[in-house]
Design a protein around this ligand. Structure first.
Ligand code: ACO
Length: 431
């Protein structure tokens, strides 16, 4: 018997099967169960995929116990401090950091694809004025496939590249327009003189009747937020993009599916929920009451922005954002921000609480991102949109990786059926 196998024995029949244990570059070993059904006629049951790897990937690595996050091997802290969002996007999508010429060419490509087809803007008029910007994002990003037919052949590497650039370049324009629509202001066209984050800020906050000057502190902080959110291996939305893409659906459709998955309050919607929760708590004196509710098993209330499926020590992104929040608030003359103070105090007492210690619940990336974005003037219903915009890079990188993966087949989970056994149809008067 090989050392690198896991032997499975079916006690009903005595039949055994050696399954190969594979070790990646880092992370826990993985048992390859692909032959299980064919050899033993057995499926595995793993709701929520707590013990299941859905693919091999070279893009992002997380060590949840140690609180490590690497993009293509580079620690997130170094990228947040030293890189830019577009450079990080290049890294995630192409596997290596660019040299100066490659970065200039990439930035040039992004800059010159920021405009959307003028007819696409008509879509916005079809949404109610009070539509949630994420609802608009789902619709408009999906609708890109109705406008850019010339890049939809997923088997053509050039088409994939063009679609990737289009998505990355146009998503800030689409996101800003969804905000402008919701507040009844005219759309602001992209400005090719600005970098990715500065251009996004201008499209969000400028109005045609006034000059708009980008605050470099805010632009830099936004760039950092985008870097921190750019990828996170096989999370719910990325797995959704991969699953939708595995059917051969075009990338615009697959990424629109990812946006839908991200919207939920247990995933990307948590940053909006954190701010709502902090407003609801209102004052430090109410914290013990809310903490008690969060630890009561009969109360569905959870501390939003706490806990993570993978991180069981700390979320490295939350650490960077906590520091960044301090910097941005100080730069904006809001170092006494009551919401930030409330968040710091909530973090302090939760981290001393037995329940949170025992269950290894720490602040996640969403805990501080909403506070910074709110200080930047971004309304809470746009937080998840900002997340989607940043994560678009990861979705594209993962989708591209999946398309060329020789093991890639349509994603199709099985089930343990617990419904009625076969029975005969009864006419209605006999039921
Ligand atoms: N507040 C109170 N209790 C919590 C919290 C929380 N925020 N998070 C988890 N728990 C408890 C659970 O009730 C559970 O208790 P039990 O063992 O007594 O049943 C235990 O901790 C383990 O939690 P699970 O839900 O099993 O963990 P899972 O990995 O399935 O969920 C999740 C992770 C969804 C992030 C969860 O921690 C949560 O709901 N957090 C709040 C929402 C949030 O902040 N989401 C953002 C995640 S980061 C991101 O998507 C970018």
């Amino acid at each position: 018997m090989s050392k690198n196998t896991l032997t499975l024995r079916d006690n009903r029949t005595g039949k055994t099967l050696d399954l190969e244990i594979q070790q990646g570059v880092a992370g826990p070993p993985v048992v390859d169960i692909r032959s299980l059904y064919g050899e033993m006629g057995i499926f595995t049951l793993d709701p929520g995929f707590k013990s299941t790897a859905s693919c091999t990937s070279q893009i992002t690595f997380i060590d949840g116990e140690k609180g490590i996050l690497l993009y293509r091997g580079y620690p997130i802290e170094q990228l947040a401090e030293k890189s830019s969002f577009s450079e990080t996007a290049f890294l995630l999508m192409k596997g290596q950091l660019p040299n100066q010429q490659e970065l200039d060419e990439f930035n040039d490509l992004l800059t010159h694809h920021t405009m959307v087809h003028e007819q696409l803007l008509n879509f916005y008029q079809g949404f109610r004025r009070d539509a949630h910007p994420m609802a608009i994002m789902v619709g408009v990003v999906g609708a890109l496939s109705a406008f850019y037919h010339d890049s939809l052949d997923i088997h053509d590497p050039q088409h994939r590249e063009i679609s990737a650039i289009r998505l990355l370049a146009k998503i800030p324009t689409i996101a800003a327009a969804s905000y402008k629509h919701s507040i009844g202001q005219p759309f602001i066209y992209p400005d090719n003189h600005l970098d990715y984050s500065s251009n996004l800020l201008k499209m969000l906050f400028a109005v045609p009747s006034e000059e708009y000057e980008v605050n470099p502190v805010i632009a830099q902080a936004l760039d950092k937020i985008l870097i921190l959110h750019a990828d996170h291996e096989q999370n719910a939305s990325t797995s959704t993009v991969r699953l939708a893409g595995s059917t051969g659906a075009n990338p615009f459709a697959a990424i629109s599916a990812g946006i839908s998955a991200l919207w939920g309050p247990l995933h990307g919607g948590a940053n909006e929920a954190v701010l709502n929760m902090l407003h609801e708590i209102g004052d430090v004196k109410h914290l013990p009451k809310y903490l008690k509710r969060a630890t009561d098993p009969d109360d569905p209330f959870r501390l939003m922005g706490f806990g993570h499926r993978v991180y069981r020590n700390h979320d490295p992104r939350a650490r960077v954002l906590r520091e960044e929040a301090q910097k941005v608030l100080t730069a904006l003359g809001r170092h006494d921000d009551p919401l930030f103070k409330l968040a710091l105090e909530l973090e302090r007492i939760a981290l001393e609480d037995d329940y949170f210690i025992k269950k290894k619940l720490y602040p996640n990336v969403d805990f501080y991102s909403g506070i910074i974005e709110s200080a930047m003037g971004i309304p809470s219903n746009m937080f998840t949109v900002m997340f989607a915009l940043a994560r678009c890079v990861g979705w594209i990188a993962q989708w591209k990786e999946m398309i060329v993966d020789k093991d890639q087949v349509i994603g199709r989970p099985r089930q343990l059926y617990t419904g009625a056994a076969q029975r005969d149809y009864l006419p209605i008067n006999k039921r």
